[in-house]
Write a protein that binds this ligand. Sequence first.
Ligand code: ADP
Ligand code: MG
Length: 321
Amino acid sequence: MDNDNKLDRFLKLGKAGEGTYGVVYKAKNKLTGKNVALKKIKLQKFYNKGCSEGVPSTAMREITLLKGVRHSSIVELLDVMYTTDKLYLVFEYLDLDLKRYMDHSKQPLEAELVKNYMKQLLDAIAYLHSHRILHRDLKPQNLLVDKEGHIKMADFGLARSFSLPTRTYTHEVITMWYRAPELLLGEKMYCTGVDIWSLGCVMAEMLMKRALFPGDSEIDQLYKIFRIMGTPQEDDWPGVQLLPDFKAAFPKWLPKNLRDIVKFNNTEEEILLKEMLTYDPAKRKTAKELLKYNYLKTAKLTTPDLTAFPVEETIDEAGPS
Ligand code: ADP
Ligand code: MG
C-alpha cells in the first residue's frame, strides 16, 4: 500500500485544532492547491472490538460508509490513508469552529443566525439519520462555520466503532455537557434522539452564550439537567426508573420554566428548543419532524459577525492556488 506516498501530497500548514483522538492539521493539497484538514488517529490506543493492531475492521467499514456521505452541512471526507498504526482522514477545510466563534463573540448569537444554523444542522441530522448514522458527539467544537453563513458537522460516525473515550489523548476530560439523559442513565439501546438532545443543548448555548448544562462529572451532569428540567418521573418518561443508572434516591427537583433560563427571541424558538429537550427519547421529535416547524420556515443564509476574527492567511507555498 502506498499510503505513505499519498501523504506526501499534502503540505502541513499548521494546527487546525485538537480533539479526542489527536491533532488536526491544516494542510494544503500540493496538486490542487486546496486547503484540507488532516486528522491523524493513532490506532493502538483506541482499537477495540477484538482487534489487537491496525485498523479495526468495524472502523474500516464505517469509514467506507462515511466516504459515501454527501451533504452541504456535513464536512466532506475527501480521502482516507492508513498505515499499520495510523489513520489519516482528509477533510475539506473550514476556518472556525462554533466554540471558538461563540467564545469570541461578545453577545449571544443573533436570532436569525441561530435559526439559520439550526435549519442547516437539523437538515444534516435528518440526512445522517435517514442513512442510519448517528453522530453521537454533537457539540460546538465539532461544528465548523464559514464566513458565508454555512455550518457543517465534523467528527461523526467513528464514535460507533471506537468505544467512547472519557479522556482525550492529552488526558483532558471529554465534555458531557451535550450528552442525552438516557445515555447518562445507562441506556444501551439509545437511538437518534441522542443527537437531537445534543443539538438542543447547542441551540440553548447559542442563545445564552454559555452552556445550558455544564456538568463536570456524570452525576453533576445529570443533576444540572434535573435542576432545570426537573427530575424525570415515570409519567413524563415511562421506564426511566428501570434504566441501569437511575437511582430512587435522586433528589426530586421540579421542572423550571425554560423561559426563565434561556433568553428567547420569540415563542417559535422556545417551542423548538422544548421539543429537542424532551426527556422521553420516544417522545422527542425527530429531525425530520422538527424541520416542519414554523420557526424554520423563514430560515435563510445569514452571515456571522467575523469582525473579531482577522482570518489569518497562511503563507502560500509555490503551486497552484
Ligand atoms: P476529535 O475527534 O479528535 O475531536 P475533530 O474532528 O473534532 O477531532 O477535530 C478537532 C478540532 O480540529 C475541531 O474542534 C476543530 O477545531 C478542528 N477541525 C476539525 N476538522 C476541521 C476541518 N475540517 N476544518 C477546520 N478545522 C477542523
Ligand atoms: Mg471533536
